[in-house]
Design a protein around this ligand. Structure first.
Ligand code: PPS
Ligand code: MG
Length: 181
């Protein structure tokens, strides 16, 4: 499509889930689809933001909360200026995600799920292997806390759905909620 389609208000698509569940994959596919539809889109990926801004931060509860607060702020700034912010962030704490919902306002929470066996099998960065060897502690979804969403707008299971089906499910929900025509 030629040119950009202006939506008055942007919104945030918040992809939460443990490491290896498929957040980044879905974020990239969603961004591509929404850009093809003519929207302004920005991906805020936790892993990338950490590496760019504070590679030494680490994964304590306090570190994660501080980092997640920064991402909430970024998503809020983008969303209120007509951009669709796609956040791909483990965001393991329910209270932090509730804060995101409250502060951003126009918000779709997507729980990106895959069973542990599947995440271990995929293990693209070798993190589960390292956790199993005891080389790292507190890997989210293995021996680290992940508080599952109770009422996400969308839940996708990447072990049963194709990324295209996941993209469709999110876009359909965005339409249903009036964020997209
Ligand atoms: S968080 O919990 O919201 O601060 O996480 P996030 O910013 O999304 O960063 C997750 C990526 O960091 C890598 N990594 C770990 N994740 C979880 N727990 C531990 N202990 C850990 N150590 C390193 C990992 O590559 C995560 O990326 P994804 O894409 O989620 O696999
Ligand atoms: Mg990722």
């Amino acid at each position: 499509m030629d040119g950009l389609r202006n939506i008055e208000k942007g919104f945030t698509i918040w992809l939460t889930g443990p490491s290896g569940a498929g957040k980044t994959t879905l974020a990239v596919k969603l961004a591509r689809k929404l850009r093809e539809m003519g929207y302004r889109v920005e991906i805020l990926d936790g892993d990338t933001i950490r590496k760019t801004l504070y590679p030494e931060l680490g994964f304590s509860k306090e570190a994660r909360e501080m980092h997640n607060r920064i991402v909430i702020h970024m998503a809020r700034l983008l969303s209120r200026n007509g951009v669709i912010a796609i956040v791909s962030l483990i965001s393991p704490y329910r209270a932090v995600r509730e804060r995101a919902r409250k502060e951003i306002g126009d918000f779709i929470e997507v729980y990106v799920y895959a069973p542990l066996e599947v995440r271990i099998q995929r293990d693209p960065k070798g993190l589960y292997a390292r956790a199993m060897r005891g080389e790292i502690k507190g890997l989210t979804g293995y021996d680290g806390v992940y508080e599952e969403p109770e009422n996400p707008e969308v839940r996708v299971d990447s072990s049963r759905m194709t990324p295209e089906e996941e993209v469709e499910a999110v876009i359909e929900k965005a339409r249903e909620l009036g964020y997209l025509p």
